[in-house]
Design a protein around this ligand. Structure first.
Ligand SMILES: [Zn+2]
Ligand SMILES: [Zn+2]
Ligand SMILES: [Zn+2]
Length: 140
């Protein structure tokens, strides 16, 4: 779970204005638990602030992706899910049978990140890690 103040700080810290629309969108995003499609988010925002249009929601999603605060993830053939990147990383266990997604916080990628960043001259800003397989209910 996330709270909107951290997201607001991330925006203002980069010099973006906190308009009423952005504030409502960030609150909806934080309240969603950080896994939404653009349409889910537009519906959530509409419930809080009916005057905010769909295009504003989409533009704000693009902005948050550009800033590295969100990542689009494509699962199967459906619409992209947007995932909040709170500390610059996010980890999943995904069951390929029932689709369950388990979140976990442990991260051991620090050294690997530095090694590949050095090797390719890449400035890493975050990562999204997904392990897939069978959850406890779906393993034989
Ligand atoms: Zn499963
Ligand atoms: Zn997640
Ligand atoms: Zn991590």
């Amino acid at each position: 779970m996330s709270d909107a103040t951290a997201l607001e700080a991330a925006l203002t810290g980069r010099g973006y204005r906190l308009t009423a629309a952005r504030r409502a969108i960030l609150a909806a995003l934080a309240g969603s638990g950080g896994h939404v499609t653009a349409d889910d988010l537009a519906a959530l925002v509409h419930r809080r602030a009916p005057r905010i249009g769909r295009m504003t929601v989409y533009r704000t999603l693009d902005l948050l992706c550009d800033l590295g605060l969100l990542r689009p993830v494509y699962q199967g053939s459906g619409a992209a899910h947007y995932i909040l990147m709170e500390d610059g990383h996010h980890h999943h266990l995904v069951c390929s049978r029932c689709g369950r997604v388990v979140e976990f916080d442990e991260c051991a990628l620090g050294e690997l990140t530095e090694a590949v960043a050095r090797r390719f001259g890449f400035r890493v800003e975050g990562h999204l890690l997904e392990f897939y397989g069978r959850c406890i209910d779906c393993r034989e």
